[in-house]
Design a protein around this ligand. Sequence first.
Ligand code: ADP
Ligand code: MG
Ligand code: MG
Length: 876
Amino acid sequence: MAKFVYMFNEGNSEMKEILGGKGANLAEMTKIGLPVPFGFTISTHACNAYYDAEKTIPAEVKEQVMESLAKLEQESGKKLGDPENPLLVSVRSGAVFSMPGMMDTILNLGMNDETVEGVARLTNNPRFAYDSYRRFIQMFSDVVLNVDTYYFEKLLEETREEKGYTADPELTAEDWIEVIKGYKQIVKKHTKNAFPEDPTEQLFLSINAVFDSWNNQRAIVYRRLNKIPGHLGTAVNIQSMVFGNMGEDSGTGVAFTRDPSTGEHTLYGEYLINAQGEDVVAGIRTPQPIKTLKDEMPEVFQQFSETCRRLEQHYRDMQDIEFTVERGKLYILQTRNGKRTAQAAIRVAVEMVNEGILDKKEALLRVDPDALNQLLHRRIDDNHERNQLAKGLPASPGAATGQVVFDADEAELLAKDGKKVILVRQETTPDDIHGIVAAQAVVTSRGGMTSHAAVVARGMGKACICGCEAMKIDLHEKVFQIGGTVVNEGDIITIDGGTGEIMLGEIPMIEPELSEEFQLLLTWADEIRDLGVRANADNPEDSAKAREFGAEGIGLCRTEHMFMDSKRIPIVQDMILAESFEDRKEALDKLLPMQQGDFEGILEAMQGLPVTIRLLDPPLHEFLPDKEELIVETTTLKITDPDSAELAEKEMLLKKVRQLDEFNPMLGHRGCRLGMIHPEIYEMQAKAIFYAVAALAEKGIEASPEVMIPLVGHVNELKQMRELVVEAAEAVQQEKGLTITYTIGTMIEVPRAALTADQIAEEADFFSFGTNDLTQTTFGYSRDDAEGKFLQTYIENKVLPENPFAALDREGVGKLVETGVKLGRQTKPNLKTGICGEHGGEKSSIEFCYYTGLNYVSCSPYRVPLARLAAAQATI
Ligand code: ADP
Ligand code: MG
Ligand code: MG
């Protein structure tokens, strides 16, 4: 018989697939002797069996549950439903991958009109017994019977008001008895049935509900967002209850072993005295920081800190721990590797190496390259005045500006329109996930550092402020008020998640810098990686940034941006419109010194590191005015001023624009085809490069240009362009009387180039795979059309696994890259190869580049740190 149920002392942390994350860790903690209330786990296989049996619990599973329950009863000396000595349990879902807040937990199961008396007697605390019972009714009704918590909360609020109480602890046992009566009426009214009093029935109904919650809307959304497969199923943990609501010597809390925002090695978390379970996370009462536990319960605090240390040592990672104190005794209810910001991930990894917990390679694998993006984001410029409205808890660092929205759907809608929004809520629930995804940042007026909003935002690397109690939100009017200031929906605010400040209006931001730990981690990455990292940059500022972030050269310097400069565009247009060779030459002569200046700046910034300069690539019409506009202008002039020189000029221009018009510019007259037809353009650019090198040489500055010919499809194209560049070099060398070191290579970005790479390598010193165009030409997609029209549908329908423009398509485009490298090196074993498409900054593509034997990847300066780390991870 298949085993579907495991006692906590039968499992371990390796069994996540079967026991779910929570169950496996409860078993592990039991194994190492930590104070975990005993229980058992119904496996994920049972969940799948439940779905296979059309949502009924198979008899086999039921049997095993009953057997395990008997063991639990024996171990605890209590019995489910026994009025004399009742066992109470929690029913906790737990999937393989942690899905915080996605599934529902039921506490105090086993309570009914009889057992509550038993609990009251045994604990000598009727107030506690009835409070626990009413909590059970409320949770069970919400999760299992689908009766909204709202009705219960409303009744409770009415009772409080009637009695003149401000908080729940003021309610007496008699008050709770009354509330329970009311609760049962609510259940009766909404379900047409009495509240189920039979504990075994309660248990199985709850198990059903946990299994069902695997497929509730918010779980599905969460899985989609986090790419968690739906077939895994969830486990169910049945665990004997311990009680944090037994009085002033009891409590419940959540803590991280290190600060999940900054990574600082200090206990971080919060707790509530005389409270149960979800009270802390739900943000109903604002909890106390863990530090004060030291004064309130010194012994418990001591024991807790030790347990934290032990768990960290055991799991070799920062832990996120849920605990409860019952009458001064500590219990651990959950542990898992804590979610953290990128900043924290780096600091924790580096410090754990220093503490001897991890080695460098392990530390490098602990940081997700994708998460680095959040660190390289801009932050608020300290030189500007902060128009501070209020301060909340700094729950997730980063700064953001956007318009205020109060609703997740609205946030999503506006974001789709390209608006930047900040989601403002009293608190968030899993139903708000899509709004958090769409927003730049989240602000809540209630809840602590471990509230839902805080946890989710940190996980996504979004700025977040929680528990900003000064903020009075009126969802009806769609405004919030802080002191005398009223902020309406749509107003712009800026927030700083690192300080908790909320500010009115937009505040200038500044560029990021790398922290010391970050730098250190990256030097470890550099020690380990074999793959070079360069940057794509086409001006001195970006080049400097690239070097600062650790780029070892420039892999792609595009020259077309230099042509777009507003002062130059008229000269560029003159060059394009020239009717004679002389006219064209005149324009080019004017452009040459400008280009030379560009190259000098970039080469100087790179201080002798290699700089791959691509000669002009886009179709020429991109430099001319828009055709439709010209038609309108000439038509207007024909009526208003038919004899003007302006009209004649515009008509000329229109004629030329029409000549240059192409049916399919992406496959038209561009790349080296420009140089083939107008060699004087490439000649000017080549000379500008060499003059720049000569000028720098005079100043004693080294430069290593690599001249790159784009869009070659046939070796003869490269051969001809190579001759042209060599001639330019010779001319400049002769004129300046010096020797210039340079190389000439090509971009491999059409399939024919990859397929004939052996021939092309005869003329090339290096290959740079231009995977943006190579993806377009391999798939036959024009990117702009594909991404706008059908690619999304393809991905949603799983026609394509991923957007091939984001992550390199290994099977198709990748095969061409492999072929290109292999054939090229057949001809020239030391042929230098790199990649310069956007894939150069994407981790799975970087891994592919490493396996394919490329020498380097090149990406935007801001992605250089990511690429250094991803390259190291690929090597490990
Ligand atoms: P989630 O996955 O949403 O965190 P959990 O199953 O961890 O849900 O339960 C939430 C909280 O309920 C726990 O942090 C703990 O405080 C409380 N809880 C769960 N089981 C027990 C138990 N057996 N005794 C006391 N409290 C419990
Ligand atoms: Mg939990
Ligand atoms: Mg290209």
